[in-house]
Design a binder for this molecule. Structure first.
Ligand code: UDP
Length: 328
């Protein structure tokens, strides 16, 4: 049992990690500036409100809690925003993380589990993508995450930091019974937007592109349940604080699902058809992104447990029942 500082612990993936850490017997401290996180999601540890760019605040939190590891989820994540305002992403994500890493070093904490992304690979040159796939991001968001991977790798070599770079594919699902789920403003992700049409929050769903080279012409993605992601984070933390080696690992199911298959799953699970219409391709989309997850399976002893229908069932219960109760 150890104390883990979770930056971005009031967010979507971060709050699931806090839940999983608590269930595994660890103490959790959430560090979050609540710019995109939700106070309602902080339930498994104390909230230390603060910004990752605030060195004095970080120093005080490290001195107070002496965490054995940092799980770093705090970040700006909206790809479109990163194209319009790249400076925000380099300031918050990159400079903020450098400040955090320096606070870890002076605070005597040397285990760093980082919420990275398959966006660090950019457009796929082969599928499924393993960890040796070239990393050539196509957005400032992806670059900001890759720069953090690079910086923490170099800091590890120089100062003995241990890192786990966890590259998520499409985080999805929710844990409605625990009151946590996806809640972004603006929402841009396929699953919530499709489900919103069934509860009157959106009129219709646009299918971005129907002429991709995939089995039905729509984009293929690897949707992974946030609880499966959280399970991998707990394993990575325990590996690092147990003296294990650093690693960079993909977190995906290894199964691709097209947009049309996603809509079919929603119909199977909810019994209702999403009103969907074809639309032009969305700029920046890759046709297909699927993880080769064999490295995470081997190194972390991890295997994802939830398929697309389980993801949709939880997301549906979240958006239709739990979220309105919590947020009105
Ligand atoms: N998508 C769509 N309509 C939407 C939102 C998304 O057809 O309103 C598609 C998008 O083109 C992509 C997939 O759904 O192929 C997943 O998109 P999302 O934004 O959820 O995640 P991304 O893969 O972009 O990170």
């Amino acid at each position: 049992m150890a104390t883990i500082l979770v930056t971005g612990g009031a967010g979507y993936v971060g709050s699931h990690c806090c839940l999983a850490l608590k269930r595994a017997g660890h103490d959790v401290v959430v560090y979050d500036n609540l710019s995109n996180g939700h106070r309602q999601f902080v339930k498994w540890g104390q909230l230390e409100e603060g910004d990752i760019r605030d060195r004095a605040r970080l120093d005080a939190v490290f001195a107070r809690h002496k965490p054995a590891a940092v799980l770093h989820c705090a970040a700006l994540i909206e790809v479109g925003e990163s194209v319009k305002f790249p400076e925000r992403f380099y300031d918050n994500n990159v400079a903020g993380t450098l400040t955090l890493l320096e606070a870890m070093r002076t605070g005597g904490c040397n285990a760093f589990v980082f919420s990275s992304t398959c966006a660090t690979y950019g457009d796929p040159v082969r599928l499924p993508m393993d960890e040796t796939h070239p990393q050539a991001p196509v957005s400032p968001y992806g670059w900001s995450k890759l720069m953090i991977e690079r910086a923490s790798r170099d800091i590890a070599a120089a100062h003995g930091l241990k890192f786990a770079h966890l590259r998520y594919f499409n985080a999805a699902g929710a844990t409605p019974d625990e009151g946590i789920g996806e809640r972004h403003d603006p929402e841009t992700h396929a699953i919530p937007l499709a489900l919103f049409t069934l509860i009157g929050r959106r009129e219709g769903f646009k299918i971005f592109g129907g002429d991709w080279e995939t089995r039905d012409g729509t984009c293929l993605r690897d949707y992974i349940h946030t609880l499966d992601l959280a399970d991998a984070h707990v394993r990575a933390i325990e590996r690092l604080i147990g003296g294990g080696e650093s690693l960079a690992a993909n977190l995906g199911t290894g199964d691709g699902v097209t947009v049309k298959e996603l809509l079919a799953s929603i119909e199977r699970v909810t019994g209702r058809a999403v009103p969907a219409a074809p639309a032009p391709r969305r700029e920046g989309d890759a046709p297909a992104l699927v993880a080769d997850n064999s490295y995470a399976r081997r190194e972390l002893g991890w295997s994802p447990q939830r398929n697309i229908d389980a993801i949709i069932a939880d997301a549906w219960k979240w958006h239709a029942e739990a979220e309105p109760k919590l947020f009105g």
